[in-house]
Design a protein around this ligand. Structure first.
Ligand code: HEC
Ligand code: HEC
Length: 340
């Protein structure tokens, strides 16, 4: 993320003689970042443990911290409340159509767990935990996944040596990022071509294939299926008895949402029907549940003004400046109400 001082120096060398004043002379804006400022950003932890703060923690102490700050979303046993992420279980499912990727079943390095919790959790208050609490909860999540013992003292010195179950499941992918030879003869007519996206080779493709593992033709049917899967998964982890989920009544769409369907088809579907460019697919209830929890107002603001998220870039009004705010709002309501 940072250009090293050395290369900055090289860039502006022609403009100055004394390194200390290069920044000012080179661009005439800003001041050099102080060591303290850089330290505030420089919080990544590498697989070999480099970057870990001094300290240690264990699952015995971690239990309380976890229950206070994490269990409301991730479940007391890491089984996940509602559709919040599952942190435990899933062993042996990676080759399934719908793999359950958890810290235990998927993650290659324990260092990532520490880094991630410290950087991003609790979801509603990232970077609010102190190092001790991060060590303790990291140990607790590893303990819930049967990776370390309850009393194991996880520390700056041994965290990198904790072997994760799926560590051997990763390999270096040295394919080039782009392979796009130009067509010179007998090329397809560009007008007859359709844009498509796929994540072939990254995650089992069955997950993305229309209809795969989705016998339900309607959203409410899909919801029921998801709810029963969640109940099964929870019961498997907690040992609780499986209770049949209560079927939800299909809700009728509001007038606004119905009015938004046409805009959706004309301006949004190109990305949101196909999943192009990382757009959450309109029929992927999982992809929408967390977004909807942010509140429809924020979704509308994002759709109107555009924003860059973790999955990709949502252009303002889907790139269609000609649309009225009302039309875009209605399209969002159509997308949201399609989830019910
Ligand atoms: C308000 C709900 C919430 C709380 C509280 C919360 N999390 Fe999370 N957690 C999330 C969400 C949402 C994600 C997924 C974020 C994403 O993918 O961008 C997540 C992701 C994670 C992941 C990565 C899961 C994976 O396999 O990708 C870990 C590990 C994690 N949280 C640990 C914790 C710990 C430890 C705490 C307590 C200190 C905590 N979380 C508190 C909502 C929460
Ligand atoms: C060029 C592709 C593209 C088009 C066209 C597009 N979107 Fe999106 N949209 C995205 C992507 C990518 C995201 C996910 C960004 C992320 O969260 O990382 C997204 C996310 C969203 C979200 C979720 C916002 C949130 O806060 O989670 C809404 C709502 C949305 N789009 C509405 C619309 C509407 C309404 C239209 C049509 C007027 C539209 N989009 C057209 C690419 C597109």
């Amino acid at each position: 993320m940072f250009r090293s001082p050395k290369s900055t120096f090289a860039l502006v060398l022609f403009a100055c003689l004394a390194p200390g004043v290069c920044y000012a002379q080179g661009y005439q804006i800003g001041t050099a970042a102080t060591a303290v400022e850089i330290a505030g950003w420089d919080i990544d932890i590498r697989p070999d443990g480099k970057g870990l703060p001094a300290g240690s923690g264990n699952a015995v102490n971690g239990e309380e911290t976890y229950e206070t700050f994490c269990a409301s979303c991730h479940g007391v046993f890491g089984e996940g409340e509602g559709r919040w992420p599952v942190l435990t279980g899933g062993e042996g499912t990676l080759a399934d159509d719908r793999p359950v990727k958890t810290v235990g079943s998927y993650w290659p390095y324990a260092s990532t767990l520490f880094d991630y919790i410290r950087r991003a959790m609790p979801f509603n208050a990232p970077m609010s935990l102190n190092d001790q609490q991060v060590y303790d909860t990291t140990a607790y999540v590893l303990y819930m996944n049967d990776i370390i013992e309850e009393d194991f003292e996880l520390s700056q010195d041994n965290l990198a040596h904790v072997e994760m179950p799926n560590q051997g499941g990763f390999y270096v992918d040295n394919r080039p990022d782009v392979a796009n030879p130009r067509c010179m003869v007998n090329c397809a007519d560009p007008d007859s071509m359709m844009m498509q996206s796929s994540l072939a080779g990254v995650t089992p493709i069955g997950h993305f294939v229309e209809g795969a593992d989705a016998p339900a033709a309607s959203h409410s049917g899909q919801d029921e299926l998801e709810a029963s899967k969640e109940a099964e998964r929870k019961a498997a982890i907690t040992g609780e008895e499986l209770v049949a989920p209560v079927a939800q009544e299909a809700t009728a769409m509001s007038d606004q949402a119905m009015a938004g369907e046409a805009t959706y088809k004309a301006a949004c579907g190109v990305c949101h029907t196909s999943g192009l460019a990382g757009a959450p697919k309109v029929d992927d209830a999982d992809a929408w549940s967390e977004r909807i929890q942010q509140g429809t107002d924020l979704l509308i603001i994002h759709a109107l003004q555009g924003y860059a998220g973790a999955e990709g870039y949502m252009p303002a009004k889907g790139g269609r400046a000609d649309l009225s705010d009302e039309a875009v709002t209605n399209a969002v309501l159509f997308m949201v109400e399609s989830q019910q």
